[in-house]
Design a protein around this ligand. Structure first.
Ligand code: NAD
Ligand code: GLY
Length: 371
């Protein structure tokens, strides 16, 4: 097993993200140095349990680490109060102590929920992220944002709680359904769009190979994404400034996810891709960048076979005013004003409150009329 390391160098809570094929089979040996006693609790989802839990358990056995596991239902609906309390109660029943480790084995749903459970049990136990989706490997497992959804909106209850270690085994992506893979690719593209034009250019050329399974290119895409996220998180862990850049496309995305009931009509990463396209289109309409930039974003996402317009979302959508009202729940709202991530070009995103809602409403209305 060869792997690459990205360090998230936060004072007092620095950790490594290991990236490579075969890390799950070595997880026991990699986790052992972080343990005070040889005991861990694993939380996963039912789909991932069927595919990958046995490999993790065998590696823990090989390292002499005792373990127990809880598998929650798969899917975004799990990321709510009901399964959260179930996870918290289970960790307590398992008598996991503060210095023990909880392992989150799964996609962003499991990582966010388990991270939040670890943040609150005994006022904070340590946890290891073993992300199994592309989205989780490039984004949700890194940076310590944890939480759950409520009836009022997405990720509105949570905590910053950094993991102790992240093991991104890119070999696990082989079992990921193509739709989930492409949804994760939406977050990869986001990094190029927000701050690295050369990476976006590389993705325009290599995206099809990445989707087809080229492991070296997958490893590079995951590593570059993690490097970019780590740099931003190290500058601004709790989102007082720059970290909001990671939310490129998310104001639109969160409204669309709420409008589709957090259902399989729209996966989070699909919403991010559509949101990025809308953010670039809004930027062009505001005269911040040339029309060539949103056209290029649109062309790459379409070439990858991704959802890119509101017309690509099945089912009903509310009107533009209702979508704007959903955006008002966004965590970036400051003094009642929506803040957006806009762009002066590919790789040149910035945060602003200066986006007239008429422009956003007009764009959404046009897009809705095309459905
Ligand atoms: P997910 O966790 O629901 O996983 C998607 C599907 O893939 C699930 O059905 C899961 O069972 C299945 N799956 C996972 N790994 C698999 C594998 N290796 N093989 C086969 N199937 C597999 O969704 P996701 O897209 O990973 O994450 C979305 C969530 O992440 C959202 O709730 C979003 O809000 C959150 N998120 C959080 C952050 C953060 O910084 N904390 C960042 C981005 C997204
Ligand atoms: N995914 C956004 C963040 O971690 O800040």
């Amino acid at each position: 097993m060869t792997c690459q390391t990205v360090r998230v160098d936060l004072p007092g809570r620095a950790y490594d993200i290991l990236i490579g094929v075969g890390l799950l089979a070595d997880a026991g040996a990699l986790i052992a140095p972080h343990l005070r006693r040889k005991r861990v609790a694993i939380i996963t989802d039912e789909t991932v349990a069927g595919l990958h839990l046995a490999t993790l358990q065998a590696s823990l056995d090989a390292a002499g680490i005792a373990h127990s596991a809880l598998a929650l239902p798969s899917g975004e609906a799990t990321k709510g109060w009901e399964q959260f309390s179930r996870a918290v109660e289970w960790i307590l029943t398992e008598k996991i102590e503060r210095s023990d480790l909880v392992i989150a084995l799964g996609g962003g749903v499991i990582g966010d929920l388990v991270g939040f459970a670890a943040a609150v049990v005994r006022r904070g136990v340590r946890f290891v992220q073993i992300p199994t989706t592309l989205l989780a490997q490039v984004d949700s497992s890194v940076g310590g944002k944890t939480g759950i959804n409520t009836d009022q909106g997405k990720n509105l209850v949570g905590a910053f709680h950094q993991p102790t270690l992240v093991l991104a085994d890119t070999g696990l992506l082989a079992t990921l359904p193509p739709r989930d893979f492409l949804a994760g690719y939406g977050e990869v593209v986001k990094y190029g769009l927000l701050g690295d034009a050369a990476f976006f250019e590389w993705l325009e050329v290599n995206g099809p190979d990445i989707a087809a399974g080229d492991i070296d290119k997958r490893n590079y895409a995951v590593r570059r994404s993690c490097e970019m996220k780590a740099e931003i998180v190290m500058r601004d862990e709790t989102e007082q400034g720059d970290r909001a850049l990671l939310n490129l496309g998310h104001t639109f995305c969160h409204a669309l996810e709420a409008a589709t009931g957090y259902s399989s009509l729209l996966l989070h990463g699909e919403g991010v891709a559509i949101g990025c396209a809308l953010a670039f289109e809004t930027s062009a309409r505001l005269g911040l960048c040339s029309q060539e930039e949103p056209s290029r974003v649109h062309a790459h996402l379409s070439a990858m076979g991704m959802k890119v317009d509101l017309k690509d979302i099945p089912g009903d959508l509310p009107n533009a005013d209702a979508l704007l009202a959903l955006m008002a729940q966004d965590k970036k709202v400051l003094d009642g004003k929506l803040r957006f991530i806009m762009a002066r070009g590919i790789g040149e995103a910035f945060v602003t409150s200066d986006v007239p809602s008429d422009v956003v409403r007009g764009l959404l209305a046009e897009e809705l009329a095309r459905r």
